[in-house]
Design a protein around this ligand. Structure first.
Ligand code: FAD
Length: 539
């Protein structure tokens, strides 16, 4: 094991800790790096794939990108102490490996940029403290808004809203502004031009296939390792094609700007069975692992708009996701942790259905979203929010279980970005910090936005009866269960008002069917007789 074999080397000045989501060659942690005196330290440990069950695809992406980063740094002549997953003596925890490295290398100081997860930041600080070593945590310049700046933005505001934060960010970073410093095109947000579905005929053919990155020798070795070590974990490595180096990440970005950005905003909310990528960028993982700088992403999109290659509405819609949402959720995470993880406003305690780990469900939209998630470690935003997220919200699943699933299955999942999206935006467990109202809808929303319902045995218009769509049943049950809380929310007023139209028998039928869905492990029982009830006006 390399740490031991180098133990004799004296005089290490800085031990530069690089975690799996910190693969930034321009990281502040590497400022002033002296090859003769400083050492980069990285470790592959099973605990990071097991503290929540991580899909094979997610683990493989992290390990492959880490190994490519190690090799690139070594090529620059830097010393990298790297613990592989199957190295003998690997304690399989980051704390254990860091403690071993400190013992072997005896550095004067530990350096890093902030971890992407509260838990890890605490663990590393504890190891440094125990070893009596100074730990210098440098500001991470990958991001465009520091937690302190976010705190300033939040200060004195009763209610946070992404839109206001986004406008501040546009002004501060001078993005999509005209010469007078006002928003290009005269408005900040072009969302009303976006968010179409494909209609009955489906996407314009052919959909532009995204650039693939077939595994090289390093990735193939990792795929084999992950298959052996995490054989029982969900996910399938057969289709692995994620970018694992900065060069590949840049190619993925170019491919998106050239072939899909024009239609990004327009079809941002559309869903189509068997088409996982549509017009999405697929760059979240590359950005979150820091293979790709968000500034470069934003600048490329802005250049495409200014040169007339891409409509302003599409470019603005895309930039808003990165300069707005991505930075906003990070601000929420770091200003609300650690208490945020414990939030459960709707007091939800149902277990996550077992089929979230297999995709083995009769509901076509969920089957498609989960199957593609397991095959690629990817689902686009609307699938995450309005298919898997909506269903667990309506079913009343414990937000901690939902969080563990999202953190485990997606290649781009790092807690700072996953948790506010899952627990806040999709489960409303934070009581309205992320979203002003729960994203609750019936199956009719899904029917409008995609084609899954056409191939499904359930009818999205029905709340009761054997062929009632479980989303629709559970939507009404959700309104009934949380009527009091929801009535207090102005933005839910219209939706909750519909509850008044249900008579006693209808309410009883909805509740009975919802109960049977819960008893069935999150799926309706096999068909038998039942009263159809048309769900009106919802979603
Ligand atoms: P595109 O649709 O092409 O969007 C462009 C980029 O905008 C993304 O790459 C991403 O960096 C950024 N972005 C878009 N929406 C958001 C958002 N809500 N929050 C933060 N950044 C955003 N994103 C993650 O990066 N990691 C996660 O673990 C994650 N978990 C999510 C969980 C739930 C329940 C929900 C509803 C959303 C989650 N998102 C997460 C946000 C979003 O779904 C993904 O960023 C997006 O689907 C990634 O695919 P893409 O790169 O093709 O994105």
């Amino acid at each position: 094991m390399s740490v031991r074999s180098r133990a004799a080397a004296p005089g290490v000045r800085h031990l530069v800790v690089v975690l799996g989501d910190q693969l930034d060659a321009g990281s502040a942690a590497l400022d002033g790096f002296e090859p003769g005196r400083d050492v980069i330290w990285m470790a592959e440990v099973a605990a990071e794939s097991e503290h929540v069950v991580s899909s094979k695809v997610r683990t493989a992406l992290f390990l492959s990108a880490m190994r490519h980063f190690r090799d690139a740094q070594r090529k620059l002549g830097r010393r990298v102490e790297y613990v592989e997953l199957d190295a003998s003596g690997n304690t399989q925890t980051l704390a254990g490996e860091l403690a071993r490295a400190i013992q072997a290398l005896k550095p004067e100081r530990i350096l890093m940029v902030g971890a992407g997860e509260w838990r890890l930041a605490q663990e590393i600080a504890a190891v440094a403290q125990k070893a009596g070593l100074p730990l210098e945590v440098r500001a991470d310049r990958h991001f465009l808004c520091s937690p302190e700046e976010f705190q300033q933005h939040a200060h004195g505001r009763k209610q946070l809203r992404m839109e206001f934060f986004y406008r501040e960010m546009r002004r501060r970073h001078r993005v999509l502004l005209d010469k007078a410093g006002e928003p290009l095109g005269g408005q900040w947000n072009f969302d009303h031009d976006n968010r179409e579905s494909f209609g009955r005929d489906g996407p314009p053919r052919p959909l532009p296939a995204p650039r693939r990155f077939p595994p090289d020798a390093t990735t193939r070795a990792v795929l084999g390792l992950v298959e052996r070590k995490f054989a029982q974990h969900p996910g399938d490595l057969a289709a692995f094609d994620w970018p694992v180096t900065p060069e590949q990440a840049r190619e993925a970005l170019r491919d998106f700007i050239d072939h899909r950005l024009t239609d990004f905003g327009r079809y941002q909310d559309a869903i189509w069975v068997g088409e996982p990528w549509l017009y999405h960028s697929r760059i979240s993982a590359a950005m979150n692992l820091k293979l790709l700088d968000p500034r470069e992403v934003i600048a490329s999109a802005e250049e495409a708009v200014r040169s007339g290659r891409v409509p302003l509405a599409a470019g603005e819609g895309f930039i808003r996701q990165i300069l707005g949402w991505r930075e906003y959720v990070r601000g929420i995470y770091w200003t609300r942790m650690p208490g945020y993880l414990e939030r459960n406003t709707l007091d939800a305690h149902a277990p996550l259905p077992a089929w979230y780990w297999t995709g083995d469900t009769e509901m076509a939209c969920l089957r498609d979203a989960i199957t593609q998630t397991l095959a690629h470690g990817y689902a686009h935003h609307i699938q995450r929010l309005m298919v898997t997220g909506l269903y667990s919200l309506l079913l009343g699943v414990d937000p901690r279980e939902v969080h563990a699933w999202y953190l485990g299955v997606y290649v781009d999942a790092v807690e700072w970005v996953e948790l506010p999206n899952t627990l806040g935006m999709s489960q409303y467990a934070d009581g309205g910090v992320m979203a002003s109202k729960p994203y609750a809808a019936t199956g009719k929303y899904l029917q409008r936005m995609g084609n899954a319902c056409a191939g499904c045995r359930f009818d999205p218009a029905k709340a009761t009866g054997d062929d009632a769509c479980p989303f629709t049943t559970l939507y009404w049950d959700f309104l009934l269960r949380h009527e009091k809380v929801l009535r207090a929310n102005q933005r839910m007023a219209l939706q909750v008002k519909n509850v008044d139209r249900l008579n006693t028998a209808q309410r009883a039928d909805i509740r009975a069917r919802a109960a049977s869905i819960r008893e069935g492990g999150g799926e309706p029982p096999a068909p038998r007789g039942g009263l159809p009830l048309t769900a009106a006006g919802a979603g």
